[in-house]
Structure formats: C-alpha cells, structure tokens
Design a protein around this ligand. Sequence first.
Ligand code: APR
Ligand code: ZN
Length: 250
Amino acid sequence: MMAEAAKLLARSKFAIAFTGAGISAESGVPTFRGKDGLWMRYRPEELATPEAFSRNPRLVWDFYKWRMKLIAKARPNRAHYALAKLEEMGILKAVITQNVDDLHREAGTKNLIELHGNIFRVRCTSCDYRENLKESCSLEEFLREELPKCPNCGSLLRPDVVWFGEPLPEEELSEAFKLARRADLILVIGTSGLVYPAAYIPYIVKENGGIVIEINVEESALTPIADIFLRGKAGEVMGTLLEEVKKILD
Ligand code: APR
Ligand code: ZN
C-alpha cells in the first residue's frame, strides 16, 4: 500500500491535503473525539458555541487560554514537516486544515487554508478589530488578562475560531472547494470526518475522479471512500511516504 501511495502521489498533477486534529496528536495537542479527546472531557455546548460565550465568557476564555498555553508549547511533528516538504518539492499544492493550532504554518506550509480559524487570532465582538497574538508578540500579556477587551471600542474580544453552529469563513470555504474540484489526489490525515461542511472536501475530490489516500490510526467516517488506507500515526506514516516519494523522483 505504501509503495502504491507513493507512486500515485509522485505522479499526481494537483495533489492537496486535508487535515484534522490527529495530525497534531504526536505534537501533544489533544484531539476532540479520541480516547482523551477534549469533547470526551468537556461539553462542547458549554465551551465552543456563541451561546456559551454570551452566557459565560469567563468560562469560555479560561478554556481557550488553557488550550492556547498548551498549543503554544507544541512543535510541529514529522507529518507537518513532510507536507511542507512536499509543497516545496512542487507535489502538494495546498493544505486545507480543520486545525486551529498554527502548526502547519510553523512547519513552513505556504498555501494553507484554515477552515476553522486560528487559536492565536482574536477579534472584537462589536467592531472589526482583529489581532494575531503571535505576530504582535503579545501572547504572554494577553494570557494574563482575565476577560480580554477590544483596545478600539472596549467590547469583549473572542477567539477567531469557528464555533459549533457558526458558518465557516466564506473565502476559505470557497477556496477549499475550488481546490477540491481541481485536485487529482487528496491526502486525508487524522480526521474523524464527522464535521461538516469541512468533511465534504474529500467527497468533492472523489466525485471529480480524484484519488483519496487516508492516513489514520483507525478507520474514520471517510474510510469508505478511501482508495488507499494507511493505518498508523501521521508522523510515522508521512515520514515514510515522503522518503518513498523522494526515492521515486530521484
Ligand atoms: N495519527 C493519525 N490519526 C490520528 C492520530 C495520529 N497520531 N491520533 C488520532 N488520530 C485520528 C483519530 O483516529 C480520529 O479519527 O484523528 C482523528 C481525530 O478526530 P477528531 O478528534 O474528531 O478531530 P477532527 O476530525 O479534526 O474534528 C473536526 O470538530 O471539534 C470540532 O472544530 C473542531 O476542527 C474540529 C472538528
Ligand atoms: Zn472593538
């Protein structure tokens, strides 16, 4: 299977990747629905909905600040670096991610579409103020604030991520669908494939005659449409896949 996957990837004309929380598991970032997943420990309706935020913004901010601290300590793993390398080699045209952890960007991926936002970005609940706390190097200071307020208008700031029941950012979603219609191969890495509209992306590639290669430690809701299923940890499998592709292209 690995040799077949490498051959198909090396010969692809327009390959893309679609990633979920599983790709960052080896970096120490908890998944959502896995054994110790966040939604196994906490109730998403109390922490990741606009209603929860208006009901108890302090509780929601405590949760996101805890995740920000945890993710700020995490480093990309071999899977993130392998995707960045495949892009550099001209094989991978884009990475579409459901993750908010910024690890693809840190690993060097250039054409990155973040469908669910980014945990290091904040925006105002009233005016159009936005800030990337990593770029403004104010993460430490920000994490000390109990209830972050907008420097422009004084209203509450919120994490610039997509909560349950909220629409995805239009530009990113239409760009992702456009790429999926064009792709002749998609790597589906570390996602349960249960959350829509993101999970439509591999189906769009399939419907347009593209090849679906899935990498996961266990079968997911997307495995039935996978042409090749590579069972294993993303870092290990992607590390090997990259080496195999390099051998073919050498
Ligand atoms: N390597 C590969 N796959 C892994 C690994 C690993 N090391 N560890 C776990 N997985 C797989 C799990 O088997 C599971 O299929 O990753 C998947 C993680 O699934 P979820 O926790 O459901 O995460 P994801 O699919 O990204 O969730 C989608 O749901 O909660 C919302 O907005 C949030 O973006 C998120 C969306
Ligand atoms: Zn404001």
